[in-house]
Write a protein that binds this ligand. Structure first.
Ligand SMILES: [Zn+2]
Length: 199
């Protein structure tokens, strides 16, 4: 397998989440069925994190299915209670970023095949951006509107202290990637979005 993000079909939002996890060395959980790109994304992220930090021992990037059986929704026979329990466990897991990896549309898959398994930005560009972001200072200042957003999310999602800490830490990384000197509401909003909850 090629350990390259540009070999992943579609799932731009998951690739973006992987980039955030690599820059900030955040733990990340890719949520997809057993045949999805979730496993590959976890492997790529883990590899890139180890490359950047030389901390091989700690596994920070994993993949998991949204259902105990790991099958796509149309093939799954799990009962609702079992699915609910499984998903609640995922939601309460102390992972900084949780992101859904979905099956791309067939047209998208066919385009990827025609482009010889390449999709999206080339890894050389992504890697340069990661290196640049990592050299920048982490912005120490969180604006009021971002704090207000965090408070609303903490209340609505029932965030535990550790999860609240994760959100702020991820938001700081996102601001760092944007080259911002402060954490704005938009950075916080993206970080909150990575605290996945069952629909
Ligand atoms: Zn199932």
């Amino acid at each position: 397998m090629d350990l390259r993000l540009d070999h992943i079909c579609g799932n731009e939002h998951a690739k973006r989440a992987a980039e955030v996890a690599i820059v900030g060395y955040h733990s990340i959980l890719f949520l997809g069925t057993q045949n999805s790109e979730a496993g590959a994304l976890a492997k790529i992220t883990r590899w890139a994190q180890a490359e950047c930090t030389k901390r091989y021992a700690e596994v920070r990037s994993e993949s998991m299915s949204l259902c105990p059986c790991g099958l796509p929704e149309d093939m799954c026979c799990c009962d609702n209670e079992a699915i609910k329990l499984h998903q609640n466990k995922i939601a309460s897991a102390p992972t900084d970023i949780k992101v859904i990896v979905a099956r791309p549309r067939t047209e998208k898959i066919m385009r990827w095949v025609a482009q010889e398994w390449i999709d999206g930005e080339p890894d050389e560009i992504i890697k340069d951006r990661i290196d640049e972001a990592r050299e920048r200072l982490r912005p120490p200042f969180v604006v009021d509107s971002a704090m207000q957003l965090l408070e609303v999310a903490a209340r609505q999602l029932g965030l535990e202290p550790s999860q609240t800490k994760s959100v702020v830490s991820v938001a700081v990384t996102i601001a760092q990637m944007a080259g911002s000197e402060r954490v704005d509401a938009a950075h916080m909003a993206e970080a909150i979005q990575y605290q996945w909850r069952p629909g």
